[in-house]
Write a protein that binds this ligand. Structure first.
Ligand SMILES: [Zn+2]
Length: 419
């Protein structure tokens, strides 16, 4: 299944899509999947707050789509498979109307640039220039300020032009709840586990002073955990991503539900302000709760939930519809199971790694919202702490902790084979 093209990328946000192509012949449509992907080698910002220009140097011309979003205000450029070979930290500094920009793989075969802007803007013009002699091909975007009323009027017009029939409300959770309660849909065969390495693609997650990215750290750990679980020969395992690609938060839950997982483990590594960095370290295991167990847990959930926003998607609404008593009952049971697994995990992981003062916490994480699958989110440690960072990068530590975690999974699933 193509993760994004229909369901999220263009349903949730596509209603505001502007499709702009440069004059016919100069556009290379990347229809051939085997064609070498375009490489973005450099990018820069020019101009000022009256007109800001974003330029990306490309190895060849490419097609693209550009549109704007609000809450917060952003300019989104969707591209076919572009490989970004840009200097480190390039998008961290803004200019004029731009406060920062990010780039990366958004879905298999799709790349995206997200430009954060300081207020409502209008894309005055955008075009791709062919390479000429030693000058590379260029994607050029000119952004000018506008006011809220004009911004909204334009979005409305685009919305009307491109309006699609809304899809039926997703009912996966409810359907699965009914199946599970009536025991009709219990998966056959070995219990299944979904491992969810957080972030990916254009969402790097936390970044350490040294430049270690959360998305890489947690993917590496997910692979080690996968190996350790496979060794037990009792479970089938799926990763929500096995490469450096962005996966929307709600899609991660859906992957687990469609796979009929008995357990969902989301992996993250946190970071904290420089002031607290040297004395804040250790792992924390989170389960779902509407209100955070404490202020910090709430702040962390907010930060993790912003993954969608960073990638130019909306945050999914909390499903309050149609559930009723049946879903409530299932959710309560799922919550108890999640807590049970969290306890096992703390027990087995203790001694293998340091824990934060509060080992078990809860908050409203989007990825933990499955009504039917016991789910936990593990912050493995703090990338902002140099001791933790060293551990997080160590293969030995990864293996030892993954082994401990696999033991907790094993105990949990031996006790609760259906999850
Ligand atoms: Zn994270």
């Amino acid at each position: 299944m193509n993760l994004l093209s229909s369901r999220y990328g263009y349903f949730l946000i596509g209603v505001w899509l502007v499709f702009q192509l440069v004059g016919g012949a100069s556009v290379v449509l990347a229809k051939d999947q085997n064609a070498p992907s375009t490489v973005a080698k450099d990018a820069r910002l020019g101009g000022d707050a009256a007109r800001t220009r974003f330029v990306a140097d490309l190895s060849k011309t490419t097609d693209y789509r550009i549109f704007t979003l609000s809450d917060p205000y952003r300019v989104i450029i969707d591209l076919p498979n572009v490989s970004f070979k840009l200097p480190q930290g390039l998008g961290n500094r803004g200019k004029g109307l731009v406060s920062a920009f990010r780039y990366g793989l958004f879905a298999p075969g799709k790349s995206r640039i997200v430009i954060d802007v300081v207020g409502p803007v209008h894309v005055e013009q955008s075009f791709v220039l062919k390479a000429k002699g030693n000058t590379p091909a260029k994607l050029v975007v000119d952004i000018v300020p506008t006011d809220v009323a004009n911004f909204e009027r334009r979005q409305r017009e685009l919305y009307q032009k491109r309006q699609k029939k809304p899809k039926a409300v997703e009912k996966t959770s409810l359907d699965k709840a009914i199946q599970r309660l009536t025991k009709t849909g219990k998966p056959k065969g070995r219990p299944r586990i979904v491992i969810d390495p957080g972030h990916g693609g254009l969402d790097p997650g936390a970044v350490s002073v040294r430049g270690s990215k959360e998305k890489d750290i947690v993917l590496a750990f997910a692979k080690v955990l996968n190996t350790e679980l496979k060794r037990l020969k009792r479970y089938d395992i799926k990763l929500t991503r096995s490469v450096d690609v962005f996966v929307p938060l709600q899609e991660r839950v859906k992957i687990a539900e469609n796979y009929n997982a008995a357990l969902f483990i989301s992996l993250h590594a946190d970071s904290i302000s420089r002031r607290l960095a040297s004395r804040t370290r250790g792992a924390t295991i989170y389960t779902l709760s509407k209100e955070g167990s404490d202020k910090e847990a709430e702040a962390i959930a907010k930060k993790e939930n912003s993954s969608n926003i960073l990638a130019g998607l909306d945050l999914p609404p909390e499903s309050s519809e149609v559930g009723g008593i049946l879903l409530d009952l299932t959710m309560r049971e799922t919550k108890n199971q999640s807590l049970k697994f969290a306890e096992y995990a703390v027990e087995r992981m203790s001694g293998k790694t340091k824990f934060n003062n509060n080992r078990m916490r809860s908050a409203n994480f989007v990825v933990l919202r499955s009504a039917v699958i016991p789910s936990v989110l593990i912050e493995l440690g703090y990338l902002s702490n140099s001791k933790d960072e060293k551990l997080l990068r160590s293969k030995k530590w990864q293996r030892s902790l993954a082994k401990a975690l696999a033991k907790a999974v094993d105990k949990f699933l031996q006790d609760n084979p259906g999850g």
